[in-house]
Design a protein around this ligand. Structure first.
Ligand code: SPV
Ligand code: MG
Length: 434
């Protein structure tokens, strides 16, 4: 009996739609369809991580009647899977002739040539794409549970998770919508940082917990109403251990993905102040108790607890920081934020180098406010998995607003600043209202 031809289809199937079925139906006419399903890591290498994780997408695809087998495709490039499968045909919608997949297509053609395989390109199904559907879902709203889980999935599928400070809905929308095409990859921020510093400053209060958690949660809920990306919550030192379960309950209910809790005690003072003589650190075993309390009270395993170590801030050395990292990791922390107010990342890099050797190593988080010259690629090289740009949007907005106010006072009219500020028409259209 003649063996059936092999047909390879590479798919991400973030959200399944009739465009995928059209491709698979066509592919099935040529032989047995093997789907190379892009892993979360492969997708994260060129755009945002998919809505559903690999396991769930696999279950869907392998139950489509046109599909014979599903294998993982771990890179955007098809080459290694093609060499493995040696298909007679590859089927892909003709939309990849243009745009970021152009090079991938060229490599497929070149590889298929080795065994005279053919590329079949059915017409792309117009007006349907995962992106269009995703935007529709966003209009309805992201479910808290899905939003909570996304952050942990990003930790394990991206080389770095990029978080930016957001102090109101408008800044949340900038983080939600800004996308750039850089070297054939779509880059964007992965989520929002709810900063105690900028939340307090926005309300004209000092960063010393004067602004209580319920006020902060109420304003982050405004951001949650209009965004879908994960939010990381700055919880200072978490407050009283007895109150933590209620804080966690409120955060989970709002769809917050992670809490960052710092190991300081006493009246809170911002870590970037030069003088930290009055700042005290908690005893490691007492702070570990708080971590355990969060772990036992969270309802979703994907809700992350990030322990923030302040040893460098209070002038203690590497040894103290490393000891604490061990204790906090054993207590159940999902990641460690090693904070620093130096001008270079040297001390956090030496911490990373040593901690990486430990069997209790957990992913590292960086807040490059004072050492802002550091590039993300250097953080990645040194073992960091998350970068938090902790205050830049407020710092950008404040001088711009102050300048506008000053010019109006100086000139006795507003005309001079008209060219520097957003036209009224644009501000009206900034927020969709349909
Ligand atoms: C914040 O943004 O509130 C932080 C980071 O906790 S830092 O200001 O560096 O303490
Ligand atoms: Mg803070």
């Amino acid at each position: 009996m003649k063996t059936k031809k092999k047909v390879y289809v590479g798919l991400a199937v973030d959200i399944i739609h009739e465009g995928h079925i059209n491709i698979l139906k066509t592919a099935n006419k040529y032989g047995d369809v093997i789907v190379g399903l892009l892993t979360d890591e492969a997708i994260a290498s060129y755009k945002n991580i998919p809505h559903l994780d690999y396991k769930r997408r696999k279950i869907i695809v392998q139950n489509i009647k046109y599909v014979k087998k599903v294998i993982p495709q771990t890179t955007l490039s098809y080459v290694s899977n093609l060499n493995l499968v040696r298909p007679d045909y590859v089927v892909h919608g003709d939309d990849w002739k243009k745009g970021i997949q152009k090079q991938t297509r060229r490599d497929v053609i070149k590889t298929l040539k080795k065994w005279s395989g053919k590329l079949i390109e059915p017409k792309y199904t117009k007006n349907i794409s995962s992106t269009i559907i995703k935007n529709k879902i966003l209009e309805i709203g992201a479910s808290p549970q899905n939003r909570v889980s996304r952050l942990k999935r990003m930790f394990y599928s991206k080389n770095i998770v990029r978080i930016l400070e957001s102090h109101n809905s408008l800044t949340g929308l900038i983080i939600e919508n800004l996308r750039l095409n850089k070297k054939n990859k779509i880059i964007e921020f992965d989520g929002m940082w709810s900063s105690s510093l900028t939340d307090s400053a926005t309300k004209g209060k000092p960063d010393n917990s004067s602004l209580d958690f319920s006020a902060r949660i109420s304003s982050l809920n405004d951001m949650m109403d209009v965004t879908s990306k994960p939010l990381v919550f700055d919880a200072d030192n978490g407050g009283q251990i007895e109150h933590l379960p209620y804080l966690i309950r409120s955060l989970e209910r709002s769809g917050v993905s992670a809490i960052i809790m710092e190991d300081k005690i006493g009246l809170k003072r911002n870590s970037l102040f030069k003088n930290q003589t009055d700042t005290k650190q908690d005893k490691p075993h007492l702070f570990a108790k708080k971590i355990r309390k969060i772990c036992s009270s969270r309802q979703l395993d994907d809700f992350m607890v990030i322990a923030r170590i302040e040893s460098f801030i209070v002038g203690k050395g590497l040894k103290d920081a490393l000891k604490r990292a061990e204790v906090y990791s054993k207590a159940g922390a999902d990641a460690v934020l090693i904070h620093s107010k130096e001008k270079t990342p040297n001390e956090i890099f030496s911490f990373a180098k040593e901690f990486k050797k430990s069997k209790n190593f957990i992913p590292l988080v960086s807040v490059p406010s004072t050492y802002s010259k550091v590039y993300e690629k250097e953080l990645i090289k040194n073992g960091f998995k998350m970068v938090i740009y902790a205050n830049q949007l407020l710092r950008a907005a404040y001088p711009a607003m102050e300048h506008a106010a000053r010019r109006i006072l100086e000139k006795g009219r507003a005309f001079e600043i008209d060219k520097k500020i957003i036209p009224i028409k644009e501000i009206i259209n900034l927020i969709k209202n349909d």
